[in-house]
Ligand binder design. Structure first.
Ligand SMILES: [Zn+2]
Length: 433
């Protein structure tokens, strides 16, 4: 089902003219209302009036994640604070959080985006949507919630975690659509098996899975184990949350809600806009957002755009499933972690040596597991195992409290981690995604 045929199946020419008109208005608005953008445009020697067609957007400066952090908390507001009705932020585990402030109209745009996302997976009025994305400042929970309500589905706001209860609710309330991270869906399947619950007998027909990268191989596994149709969904706090793009039944790229979020692909090194089909960094401009609009936000996600006609009848541009990141950020169970942060924690603990390796894998549970191998001084490997255990506990505690992730800590003897003459291999990512 196409939720908004008028917008999602619009001819591309009309789409361009709408995007152009909205973009012109947006540039005017941020230039006059957000000092951050006034200065940025002035520094680049650009005025909103220099925008005459969509191709002119490439002359305007990018917005980076660092800049969004620097403007914390209210520096990007384009409307008076009194017009904001809701605020969400990124997790903040990698530094100052990024703020997304929504006006009533922004909530409407958000609901529209996630309604399209859910509809692409086959959600209709009367469906029971089990929303296992986290509720709270994280955009996943409420974003999906609004879309499900808009469709007229019955949303179960169960939030993340409590796996046995998830399964009980799923069975007792007859959930038909599941929304969570892809790795969590596999964990659900595993616990179901232990509990003697058979997904073949549950009525879950579709799943919207996002917030971490996953592959077609994982899709096969999910669809088999949970007996449902698994759809990739994409969104980010910096833009609005979920509802930016998602897969239809063709599962051949994610349809971008391009009337709301204008995508560009750039060469991450030069910033130059690349033609459709070429791989590069995904950049978004929020065309209609009121509270915290962003111009040419660099997502650091690598993908390419596809404009050939999709069999579903939608005409919106599609982005390929994410191919990687321009930086080395790890996404562990939905939490963004940079190896440099782990290093930062380790290096503050004096018993450790500056040699470590981070091993990321999906174990038997299908959830991301992190093992940190770190060398400690020779003297610790005496018969005093208590001492060693203390160091291990200390690292464990620091990683948990500072990064919000759990890791297995393995203390190893000096020189046991492979040395490199060039760039050290700090991360071994064994996840098959
Ligand atoms: Zn399609």
């Amino acid at each position: 089902m196409i939720w908004n045929r008028e917008k999602e199946a619009m001819d591309q020419k009309t789409m361009r003219s709408i995007q152009e008109a909205d973009c012109a208005k947006l540039l005017e608005k941020v230039y006059s209302n957000v000092p951050f953008y006034t200065k940025k445009f002035d520094d680049a020697g650009m005025k909103p009036a220099d925008f005459k067609s969509l191709s002119d957007l490439s002359k305007f400066p990018f917005t980076t994640k660092e800049e969004l952090r620097d403007t914390y908390p209210y520096g990007l507001l384009a409307v008076p604070k009194s017009e904001i009705v809701e605020i969400h932020t990124s997790s903040g585990t990698t530094g100052t959080p990024v703020v997304d402030a929504y006006t009533l109209k922004d909530i409407e745009i958000w609901s529209e985006g996630t309604a399209r996302t859910l509809a692409m997976a086959g959600t209709e009025a009367g469906d029971v949507v089990q929303n296992a994305y986290g509720y709270g400042l994280f955009t996943g929970g409420l974003g999906i919630h609004y879309g499900a309500r808009k469709i007229g589905a019955n949303v179960i706001p169960i939030s993340a975690g409590n796996t046995k209860r998830q399964l009980m609710i799923m069975r007792d309330f007859g959930s038909t659509v599941l929304t969570c991270t892809p790795s969590y869906s596999l964990f659900l399947a595993e616990v179901a098996q232990e509990e003697g619950i058979n997904f073949q007998q549950l009525g879950v027909k579709a799943g919207c899975f996002g917030a971490e990268p996953w592959s077609d191989n994982m899709r096969v596994e999910i669809e088999e184990k949970l007996n449902l149709s698994a759809h990739d969904i994409y969104g980010l706090t910096e833009i609005i949350g979920p509802g930016v793009s998602s897969e239809c039944e063709a599962k051949d790229g994610l349809h971008v809600n391009e009337d709301l979020f204008y995508p560009e692909i750039i060469d991450p090194a030069t910033g130059e806009v690349l033609p459709d089909g070429e791989k590069g960094e995904l950049v978004f401009t929020t065309l209609n957002k009121e509270g915290t609009p962003v111009i040419r936000y660099r997502t650091r996600d690598i993908t390419y755009l596809m404009r050939d006609r999709c069999s579903c009848g939608r005409t919106t541009v599609r982005m390929h499933r994410l191919l990687g990141r321009t930086d080395d950020m790890l996404i562990i169970r939905g939490v963004n972690v940079f190896p440099s942060q782990i290093e930062h924690v380790l290096m503050k603990i004096e018993e450790t040596e500056p040699h470590y390796q981070i091993v990321v894998d999906r174990g038997a549970t299908h959830l991301d597991e992190v093992e940190i191998h770190v060398e400690v001084e020779e003297s610790f490997f005496s018969d005093e195992t208590k001492k060693l255990e203390k160091v291990r506990e200390k690292i464990d505690y620091e990683i948990k409290s500072q990064l919000g992730i759990s890791a297995r800590i393995r203390l190893v003897e000096p020189k046991s981690i492979e040395r490199s003459m060039g760039k050290a291999k700090r991360v071994v990512d064994k996840r098959q995604i």
